[in-house]
Ligand binder design. Sequence first.
Ligand code: MEV
Length: 307
Amino acid sequence: MDHASACAKIILCGEHAVVYTRPAIAVPIHDLRAHATFTPQAGGALHVHLEDLDERWVWSTHLQHPLAVVISHTLDTLGQTPPSGMLQVRSDIPIGGGLGSSAAVATAVVRVLAQALHHPLPPDEVARLVYEGEKLWHGTPSGIDNTVIAYEQPIWFVKGAPPEPFELSHPIPLVIADSGQAAATRDVVAYVRQQWEAQKARYEALFDAIGHVVHRARDALVRADWPELGALLNENHYLLEQMGVSSPQLDALVQAAREAGAWGAKLAGAGWGGNVIALAPPSRAGEIVHALRRAGAQHVYTTGVTP
Ligand code: MEV
């Protein structure tokens, strides 16, 4: 039996603008994970069981399911026929919450197949294979989710350029709050594209402003200057609101975190639902968690992002 897993991710800053070639920073959340297990069985077929969705199918090249397509590309890359057996997939990562659940599930699957077929793949290859599924799930993704998850390291990401993984000198004191509202990344990304087409100058200016924030955020991150990074997260949230991808619920969570003493807070991911991140002084983390719960967060993770 083979087992592999993959982490969740959060976008620290730069979402949406990253689809339009501005930089973004994403970080892995190591302790929220998707898991894939492969058990060899006689019979010749590759059975797939997605436990959380209660979905079962038998892999074939004709299936259009994003995960089936990722499996096809993986087998092509490995130059192998499908192994005979049962592939079981489960995930602790909420679906539609902006934590990269689809990319994490696909990454765990690519890894377990590579392991079962004795052909380890480097992170850039894993990211490339998972991207094939992300296109089917999300429309026109930038590729940031599959990249940060494949590397399991903080990433400076510009679409079309090689990703730049980097080391953190200090853990990032983050609190992540799930609004409980699920939103499809595909719909939010499509909305931004429509708006950009209708109001190019305005949206280009918003993307430029976000790109500027992301450059300054990288400096603040390297210096572990949390008050500065917090102010930049606030600025980024304001720009996302202007873009039309926040929601009253996300704004309320951001506001609650700030009032409880966060250095800064913003929505993270596509928006209209999903998660909010707050940069939390350790002495205020407890209060911030309570404030987020009172403001309606369904789950609050105090998981830090460690170097
Ligand atoms: C989704 O996690 C991040 C977006 O920027 C879309 C993308 O980069 O593909 C909203």
